[in-house]
Design a binder for this molecule. Structure first.
Ligand SMILES: [Zn+2]
Ligand SMILES: [Zn+2]
Length: 177
């Protein structure tokens, strides 16, 4: 259930959702995400304010930015935020923002509806790592021959003529002659 939930249908004691289908997942990651689970609790704070708490977990197949190998990334993010009906009385809203400072992240909506799929989708995008790496120490691909340096040492870097090591090696060689 990832539809739009009207504020009026959310009780003060809360309503729980468990989402196990990935239709709401960001489109470019959807086919790579399996399994996907989101546990969400919606609680009415007031007529115009809903608190959303929960977690999103997903196993996602990603391609490493450095070595281009596919690896599994375990996405795991807790969320806690307020969905609030935007008020058109500006003065009131400013006050409310001050009171709310340091509180939970607030999403302002134009209609009293929680668009659960959209909120979850944004949370995934916000919490994806900026760099996709199969491991922090990934050595990447050799820029000369394209070998995956995590799997084997091709030796190209040592052979490179312009490297300081190559120059030193040549000097050493000359001296020996
Ligand atoms: Zn890698
Ligand atoms: Zn190489």
């Amino acid at each position: 259930m990832t539809g739009k939930i009207p504020f009026s249908e959310i009780p003060e004691h809360g309503v729980q959702f468990e989402i196990t289908e990935p239709s709401w997942f960001p489109e470019h990651l959807r086919d790579a995400a399996d399994p996907v689970t989101a546990q969400i609790l919606l609680v009415k704070r007031s007529e115009n304010k809903i608190e959303l708490r929960g977690s999103i977990k997903a196993g996602i197949r990603l391609e490493c930015d450095r070595c281009l190998t596919e690896y599994r990334y375990d996405f795991d993010s807790d969320l806690q935020l307020i969905v609030e009906l935007a008020d058109h009385d500006r003065h009131w809203r400013m006050q409310d923002l001050e009171v709310g400072k340091g509180e939970l992240d607030t999403i302002q909506v134009a209609e009293p509806v929680v668009d659960l799929g959209e909120i979850l989708r944004q949370q995934v995008l916000l919490n994806m790592p900026a760099k996709q790496l199969c491991s922090e120490n990934c050595l990447g691909l050799c820029k000369y021959c394209g070998a995956n340096l995590n799997e084997r040492r091709c030796g190209c870097a040592e052979k490179e003529v312009d490297s300081p090591f190559a120059v030193l090696a040549r000097l050493a060689g000359k001296r020996r002659n």
